[in-house]
Write a protein of this length. Structure first.
Length: 247
């Protein structure tokens, strides 16, 4: 199927997408494929309870290669990095069997301290070796779970630190930063039409508990914070008539 794609993407710039296999990173991957001539993906195994997302990553990539002929030549290798030692440090609800709740610090127990900072450091080191100048992440301030490392201020500081420390000119792109989850569904439609919406529903994975029970909005337990955000966004988008958001 043909996708809605820019006629003049930045073909001389390569991007590395921090790709978990969830709804947000699927939208980010599609966005990057529209913007850049060469796109690679990186995923992190940090001992997450929802390790099923590591399988979802490959399913989403295969679906994009199969269903989007114009994007397929731009999608380069996937990289999977082992960060289990880091994941074990946090002892959070994301990596151990404990309740998902708000902690005494006012943060959700799914918050893995420094996770995005570590992800970006490893991604930048990989991008340096792969000759990729852009790092793309699905961090979002509008509909997020209270994680301080999702804020744009944090990422601006991280971009400065990476460029100073590596003598590079990396750009950290966050196309979802100001979008609600409803708008993320709309962006998916604007990027790849109903085909990308279908791929997001059937193949991506966001549920913190690793549940693959299917719903209208995709697979999940339906009760964890990630599922609640995704389901609410879906409901708002459907109620609005399933519009497309053009990037």
């Amino acid at each position: 199927m043909a996708n809605r794609m820019s006629e003049d993407p930045t073909s001389n710039v390569g991007a590395l997408v921090l790709f978990s296999g969830g709804q947000d990173s699927t939208a980010c991957l599609a966005w990057a494929l529209q913007q850049y001539g060469r796109v690679e993906t990186v995923g992190f195994d940090y001992g997450q309870r929802h390790a099923v997302e590591l399988k979802a990553r490959q399913k989403v990539r295969r679906a994009i290669l199969r269903r989007f002929a114009d994007w397929a030549p731009r999608l380069g290798p996937d990289h999977r990095l082992n960060l289990r030692a880091f994941g074990a440090i946090g002892e959070t609800a994301m990596t151990s069997d404990r309740a998902i709740e708000v902690t005494e610090r006012g943060l959700p127990s799914t918050f893995v301290p420094g996770r995005n900072l570590v992800f970006l450091t490893y991604a930048a080191a990989l991008a340096d070796r792969r000759g990729l100048g852009v790092l793309v992440g699905g961090m979002c301030e509008t509909d997020f779970s209270g994680y301080p490392d999702c804020r744009r201020d944090t990422l601006d500081a991280m971009q400065t630190a990476l460029n100073l420390g590596m003598a590079r000119d990396f750009v950290i792109e966050t196309p979802l930063m100001r979008l609600t989850k409803a708008q993320t569904w709309a962006l998916a439609k604007g990027l790849g039409g109903e085909a990308l919406v279908e791929v997001t529903i059937s193949e991506s994975h966001t549920c913190y508990l690793g549940d693959r029970t299917m719903h209208d909005w995709g697979a999940g337990c339906g009760t964890c914070p990630a599922c609640e955000l995704r389901a609410r966004g879906w409901g708002e988008w459907v109620a609005a008539g399933r519009p497309a958001l053009t990037p």
